[in-house]
Design a protein around this ligand. Structure first.
Ligand code: SF4
Length: 348
């Protein structure tokens, strides 16, 4: 019977996910449905289901979008040919890529232009890895973090760069960084690695929870890379850890003989799901917050969306008949308005 829940802080929504969810909420408030979104806006089933109910159609191929509809591109970053195709087809195209993913795209292009052979450490088929590799496919070798560098066979005369998916496990990154540094003494890599602040903060927090917990539950969807990384980090620390979508995923057997349960959430998991999971655990001695750091990162809405909403607002105020923007939150005070509030307007 669980006595206590240790609740990780930070957990859940990162700044990139906040921005993407608010941006798509604006899209469904501004445009008549359907609004199209290339790939899941973020990798969370509850968020995706809510947007589908609000009139968003998620597609895996831009060719599936009828000409002249509004399109949003997901937070994971899209390949250049996808952006071009979407721009040609959309009435309005808004790219909700996270700025920290864009930074890695820039690195891929810059190092490829300089003649580097690039190791990109990431998960094959993941949307973020697909988009980044597509920036310079002839110069990039995708290396799975668990497989080592043997698949990388560069031209011996070429300099080598090491880049990564933003959501890798920190221990996976350090292992491959050591291996690459040994093999290529002049290796180029980003000064602070490509793992984003949200990834490192959430993994640091789950590491601390692991020292005090009998069991760790990570709230998030199966296709969420950073959620899966949190589970791996906890297991590597020697704790039994499970990913759960919500309270219904909890097997009562897991809770039978444990005292302290650590709870955290991947960067795309709504906090409401976390609270439901805690209610299902029902710890007899309550919840203790374990805070490792404060996060105050904020990414503004995509510029094209901001401009479009401002023009619409001006038209409405000028007496022109058109759909009123603004129900997704106050545009001028976007920083104070969170994705949780935006999702509430959709009923999540
Ligand atoms: Fe951006 Fe990191 Fe969040 Fe991904 S996990 S959307 S890179 S802040």
């Amino acid at each position: 019977m669980p006595t206590k829940v240790l609740l990780a802080e930070p957990r859940g929504f990162c700044a990139g996910v906040e921005m993407a969810i608010k941006a798509l909420t604006w899209m469904v408030q501004i445009f008549e449905p359907p609004v199209y979104c290339y790939h899941e806006i973020v990798h969370n089933a509850a968020v995706v289901d809510a947007f589908e109910l609000a009139g968003v159609v998620f597609v895996e191929d831009i060719a599936d979008v009828p000409e002249g509809r509004p399109i949003m591109l997901s937070a994971h970053g899209s390949a250049p040919d996808v952006v071009t195709a979407a721009d040609a087809r959309a009435a309005v195209l808004v790219d909700a890529v996270c700025p920290l993913v864009t930074k890695v795209h820039h690195e891929v292009r810059r190092m490829a232009d300089k003649g580097f052979e690039i190791i990109y450490v990431g998960h094959e088929g993941h949307d973020e890895a697909v988009g980044a590799v597509a920036e310079a496919p002839d110069s990039v070798t995708l290396v799975d973090p668990g497989s080592g560098l043997d698949v990388f066979r560069p031209d011996p005369a070429a300099p080598v760069a090491l880049l990564a998916q933003t959501t890798l496990g920190m221990y996976e990154w350090s292992g491959i960084l050591d291996e690459a540094s040994d093999r290529y003494p002049d290796l180029w890599t980003a000064r602070r690695s490509d793992l984003c602040y949200a990834t490192t903060n959430r993994q640091t927090a789950v590491g601390i929870l692991s020292e005090r917990s009998d069991l760790i539950l990570v709230v998030g969807s199966e296709n969420s890379s950073n959620t899966q990384a949190l589970v791996r980090v906890a297991r590597k620390a020697g704790v039994v850890a499970h990913r759960v979508d919500g309270p219904d995923s909890i097997d009562p057997e897991w809770l039978r003989d444990v005292g302290v349960v650590g709870v955290t959430a991947g960067a795309s998991a709504p906090d409401r799901r976390v609270q439901e999971v805690i209610e299902a655990i029902a710890p007899t001695e309550g919840v203790e917050l374990v805070r490792v750091t404060e996060e105050d990162e904020y990414f503004p809405l995509p510029p094209r969306l901001r401009r479009f909403a401002q023009v619409l607002q001006a038209l409405v105020e000028g007496g022109f008949a058109c759909r009123t923007p603004g129900r997704a939150g106050p545009l001028d005070a976007d920083r104070e308005f969170g994705a949780t509030g935006a999702l509430e307007t959709l009923g999540v």
